[in-house]
Design a protein around this ligand. Sequence first.
Ligand SMILES: Cc1cc2nc3c(=O)[nH]c(=O)nc-3n(C[C@H](O)[C@H](O)[C@H](O)COP(=O)(O)OP(=O)(O)OC[C@H]3O[C@@H](n4cnc5c(N)ncnc54)[C@H](O)[C@@H]3O)c2cc1C
Length: 410
Amino acid sequence: MKEFKVAIIGGGPAGMIAAIAASKNSDSVILLEKTDSLGKKLLLTGGGRCNITNGSSIKEHLKLSNNFLKHSFYSFSNDDLLDFFKSKGIDFQEESYKNVFPKNKNAQDILNVLENTLNNLNVDIELSFKVGKIIKKNDYFIINDTIKARNIIIATGGITYPSTGSSGDGYKIVKTFNHDISEIKYGLVPLVSKNLYLTALSGTPLDNILVKYKKSSSSKTVLISHFGLTGPGILDLSSEISKNLTYDILNYETKFPDNLNISIDFQPKINRDELNNKIINEIPLNGKTKIKNYLKTYLSNKLIDFFLNEINVNGDNTLSNISKKDKNKIIENLKGFNIKIDGLYKDLSKVTIGGIPTNEINPKTMESKIVKNLYFAGEILEPASISGGYNLQIAFSTGHLAGSVINEKN
Ligand SMILES: Cc1cc2nc3c(=O)[nH]c(=O)nc-3n(C[C@H](O)[C@H](O)[C@H](O)COP(=O)(O)OP(=O)(O)OC[C@H]3O[C@@H](n4cnc5c(N)ncnc54)[C@H](O)[C@@H]3O)c2cc1C
């Protein structure tokens, strides 16, 4: 039986960076990956461009995830991550919302750097190796009865996009070590709407808006699609919606509430009274203007017919003929236009919410508090964040921490 200082289960970003950090002292490290290649999900990130991290402060990263990650974020920050890739020749650019992408817009380059580094450090890589069973015997873990390791890092990811290999295997493995799994849910998931008039506007972006669900809101872009709504504004809200629903992720059914709405504020910079005054002031100046033309001030052209149809206001009426009721309806809906949501588009969920509870792991090392020498990294952990590079940073920071801690052990 081959023996290693550490075996890392899962060749995603968390597992790859963990293997790199663990092998800096030329220690014997093996990386075990179920599929026939490393980083399948990484290649899909950012639409193939890899939104690798976010340029906001570590405090912001923490606010958007979980304080449990504090030590890992500070020990391998967004700057450290970018420096690592810059030292291997990759340049980056920061785009809207401080999202950071490689300049040449190619996730493959990020994967190439990780693979080359693993090879240069002589990490043993076993592809098409599905870890099914790990048992602990004295000071060793025995994997699939064939590999012996003194330490283990489980970096098997979550349960979304199973075609990339992340199909929830890790949850079963950790349960055999008496770890719990907190309720897991789809996160960063597009929302289905059956409103055919809305979906006919597929491809329309909604910018400079505020999209709201209960107390959560996002000012990022919302994109209308053929199935409903997506775009970063929707993805960020969706995690909140998903957390509030009762469902079993392994057996998701569309028993969706009948009355789930999100609302869009098309004029977040002004309040209702200001909007009312603007319209009233406009009447003596441009009374002959049709309502549908006047609305171009507030809505993109494509949306106007849909908006008027949904709120049942005749857009051919002129401003001077507008009834108080219609004016109020327009104001109410410009400030809070409700869209009924009929489901989660689960197959496009980008991240799993929930996982191994943070209170079962030492945040300074990523080691299990239940089993010595057992470590975790990446999406298998409970915390998840919003869209914008924050989730890859979690994977890289926690993977790097676990690998570094093992690297420093005898
Ligand atoms: C379409 C899409 C786009 C995304 N875009 C972004 C983005 O731009 N920015 C961002 O920050 N985040 C993004 N994410 C989220 C991000 O990709 C994940 O959070 C990140 O990949 C998690 O890394 P990980 O290493 O923990 O897990 P994964 O990347 O899921 O890797 C886990 C690995 O473990 C392997 N594995 C699983 N079970 C076993 C087993 N039994 N034995 C051996 N190996 C096993 C899997 O095959 C897989 O290779 C996106 C996700 C998706 C799906």
